[in-house]
Write a protein that binds this ligand. Sequence first.
Ligand code: TXA
Ligand code: MG
Length: 330
Amino acid sequence: MKTILSDSINKAASFIKEGELVAFPTETVYGIGANAYDEKAVKKIFKIKGRPADNPLIVHIASKKDIGILAKEITPSAKKIIKEFFPGPVTVILKKNEIVPDIVTAGLDTIAIRMPSSKIARELIKLSGVPIAAPSANFSGSPSPTSFRHVMSDLSRKIPCILIGPASKYGLESTVIDCTGKIPVILRPGSITLEELKKKIDKRIVFKKNAGKIKSPGQKYRHYAPEAKVKLISEFGFGNADLKRETSNVKRQTIKEKSSAFAFIGLSKKFAGSYKVVKICRSTEEYAKSLFSFFRECDDKGIKTIYCQRVPEKGIGLAIMNRLKKAISN
Ligand code: TXA
Ligand code: MG
């Protein structure tokens, strides 16, 4: 199949209207979308991504009015979240309406709804005239794409259209919040942080790591992983006694292999120099934004092991550590 790269939102919308797939930019990561009401079109997403059928999709909207069409009931907590954070990098889970095909929600009686802040994404949805069901535009399991070039490397020749846009502003997928109960539960942490949600929505909100496994099926699969091995190192660097052994291993192998096959990403300057590819981030926000792109860069350069510096699990650090832990577990 020929894949066109286009910056015409109109052109991209015409593919959606015809029941085809379009990859498009959002502020979190790039998505691969289809008309959410078109079962056949949605089926193609699962096939092309190699996505397990029990992993439901997020439905993207351009107007808050659509929530009432897709969801049976907008709970008080969802109302607050929508008012505060839509459009933005956040997804709410609500009871679904009949109009949504089962394939979109993997047979669940709930639906994930998100209104992106990306103007290009919203314009695409508007011009398509339907909500767009879309997961991240990568092969299942690999790091989510944060630029159209990443999408090209995974999906060229597999979909008819990639809508070109800027690199994703946040670089990690949206915060997913189950709003079906009295107290909202975070199923996947993201750029809208637990602290912010506690402050603005409900101080009882928690991130339930294991609720995610049952309630958000996507969370049980290995994810976000590059080809290279991912290893975590202490947030304090290699000064930590437990990690001394690791350091000496790295040094030995580096000498043995002459050219280093290791990479580092983190916040601490003291690691520069020991690795072939190094990314020192000035903030946790920059770490979040760069992580998936760095994974892909390392794979392109044939890196064998990527050392990632731990960060405290607060603020956006909770989302970074969530993705890192999934990248190492297999
Ligand atoms: O930022 C994002 O959310 C990106 C962009 C493209 O919008 N999309 C994205 O989609 O990350 P995906 O498919 O890669 O991840 C969707 C997550 C999965 O963990 C899935 O299990 C969960 O949302 N999810 C979807 N529908 C759900 C539902 N009804 N109940 C619980 N979890 C759900
Ligand atoms: Mg994904």
